[in-house]
Write a protein that binds this ligand. Structure first.
Ligand code: AMP
Ligand code: MG
Length: 284
C-alpha cells in the first residue's frame, strides 16, 4: 500500500497520536536499504517539477508542521535541494512581524501560496495560529476555535485555483526530541539551533499534542489532506514524504505545453545556412 493511503488522516477521523508509532519503518530495515527508493522518488520529483513549471497551469503547496527538532528543516534540505530553484521556494513562519500582526492571521499565508507552475514549502504555517497561539493563550478560545473553519475555507480557495495542498505532521517521541536537543548542545555546528525556549516548550508536550490532534481532525479535507509521518528515523521520514509528493505530482497530469510555433518555417528562415552546411558535410 502507498504511504499516501497509510499515513493520511481521512476527513472525519479521530486522531490519537499516542497510538501512532513514531519509530515505524514498515518493511524497510535501514537507511542504506531505503536509499535507492529515496533517490528514485527525488528523481521523480525533480522531473515532475520541471513539467509543473513548464506546464504553468497548476501548483503545489507543501505544509510542514511539527514540534521542535522533529525535522522540518531536514525535510527541506534533503527533499528539495535537487529541485530547480526557479519555480520552488520555502517560507518559514516566525513570530508575526508588526505588519503581519496588524492583519488577519491568514494574510501572510495567502501572500505566499504558490502561483501557477510553482512549488512552495511552508516551514511552519498558518497552523501556528491554532497551535502555539492556542497553547500559549495568545488569543482567547472563541477566537482560535473559529479558525479551523476559516482555514478550511482558505485552503478551499487556494485549491480551487489549481493548487494541490499536502500537509505533513512530523511525529516524533519526547525521547527522540530530547536526544536531538542534546546533539544540538554537544555539536558546535548545531549550537545555533538550541535555546532555552526549546526546553520550556517541551514541558507543554501534552498541550501541543491536544492542539495538534484537534487541528489534524478538523482540517484534514479531500482538497488539503494531512499526513502523520513517523519521524523518529530521519531516513524513513524522507522516504515517506518523498513518495507522497512524487505520487501526488504524478497524478496531476502534468505535460509539456504544446508549441504553437511553425518549427519548419523558423528552421528554414534562421537555420537555412546551417542546414545546408550539415547537408554538404554529410554528402547529401
Ligand atoms: P523556528 O521554526 O525554530 O525558526 O521558530 C519560529 C518560532 O515562531 C516558533 O517558536 C513558532 O512557534 C513561532 N511562531 C510562528 N508563527 C507564530 C504565530 N502565528 N504566533 C506566535 N508565534 C509563532
Ligand atoms: Mg526551533
Amino acid at each position: 500500500m502507498s504511504y499516501r493511503k497509510i499515513f493520511v488522516v481521512e476527513p472525519g477521523d479521530k486522531v490519537h497520536l499516542d497510538k501512532i508509532d513514531p519509530s515505524f519503518t514498515g518493511k524497510h530495515e535501514s537507511h542504506e536499504k531505503a536509499m535507492p527508493k529515496i533517490q528514485e522518488h527525488l528523481a521523480r520529483m525533480d522531473k515532475l517539477q520541471y513539467l509543473l513549471y513548464a506546464d504553468g497551469d497548476q501548483s503545489l503547496l507543501v505544509v510542514l508542521q511539527a514540534l521542535d527538532a522533529a525535522g522540518k528543516d531536514g525535510v527541506v534540505r534533503h527533499l528539495f535541494t535537487g529541485m530547480n530553484p526557479q519555480g520552488t521556494s520555502v517560507f518559514g513562519f516566525k513570530q508575526p512581524s508588526k505588519d503581519e500582526a496588524a492583519h488577519d492571521f491568514l494574510w501572510r499565508a495567502h501572500q505566499r501560496v504558490p502561483g501557477k507552475g510553482e512549488i512552495v514549502i511552508f516551514n511552519r504555517s498558518h497552523y501556528e495560529d491554532v497551535l502555539v497561539v492556542r497553547v500559549h493563550k495568545l488569543v482567547a478560545k472563541p477566537v482560535w476555535s473559529k479558525r479551523y473553519d476559516l482555514i478550511n475555507d482558505f485552503e478551499k480557495i487556494v485549491s480551487n485555483n489549481g493548487t494541490r495542498i499536502l500537509k505533513f505532521f512530523l511525529h516524533i517521541s519526547p525521547e527522540e526530541q530530547l536526544s536531538r536537543f542534546k546533539q544540538r548542545l554537544d555539536d558546535p555546528s548545531r549550537n545555533w539551533k538550541i535555546s532555552d525556549a526549546d526546553y520550556s516548550e517541551r514541558e507543554l508536550w501534552a498541550k501541543y499534542t491536544e492542539a495538534y490532534e484537534d487541528a489534524l481532525e478538523r482540517t484534514s479535507t479531500q482538497h488539503a489532506p494531512w499526513f502523520v509521518i513517523p519521524a523518529n528515523h530521519k531516513w524513513f521520514r524522507d522516504l515517506a514524504i518523498s513518495e507522497i509528493i512524487a505520487d501526488t505530482l504524478d497524478d496531476m497530469g502534468l505535460k509539456l505545453p504544446p508549441t504553437h510555433v511553425d518549427k519548419e518555417a523558423i528552421r528554414s528562415k534562421y537555420h537555412a545556412a546551417e542546414q545546408e552546411q550539415a547537408g554538404k558535410a554529410s554528402g547529401a
